[in-house]
Design a protein around this ligand. Sequence first.
Ligand SMILES: [Zn+2]
Ligand SMILES: [Zn+2]
Length: 139
Amino acid sequence: MNENRKARKIREKKTVLNEDDILPSEKWLVRFRNPNSSRSQEGSVFIRQFHAPGFYEAYDTVMTHAEKSNLDILWFKEKRNCGDEYVNRNFLELESFCTYCNKKFNHLDPVPCTIDDCTAEFCSKECAKNHHAMRHLRH
Ligand SMILES: [Zn+2]
Ligand SMILES: [Zn+2]
């Protein structure tokens, strides 16, 4: 291998490594308390999951959401560091977007598409119906 080729090989390798640095986005969990809950006096407590590439992005996401929705943050950390009782469970996303109308929604019961291998979720039955008619019905 002559010097030029060697240099190029090293450069190529470096590019790949850099891309690896950017790509991974960790799954995080956050535990909130809603102090204004009507369900319990100490407030209701719930967990949401979200993606963030690092601590500061996660912090930012959590703070923004807490402020907007008037929630207390109990803790947040990378899902893989949360222990078995959390790692193998699926939690609701912090914020979901309706696949049909693209509106952000945060309620507990997103309406899933009735087609098995379709992962779309909707803010309302209406949107689910419209999506179904547009995507899955063949005339
Ligand atoms: Zn919708
Ligand atoms: Zn669908």
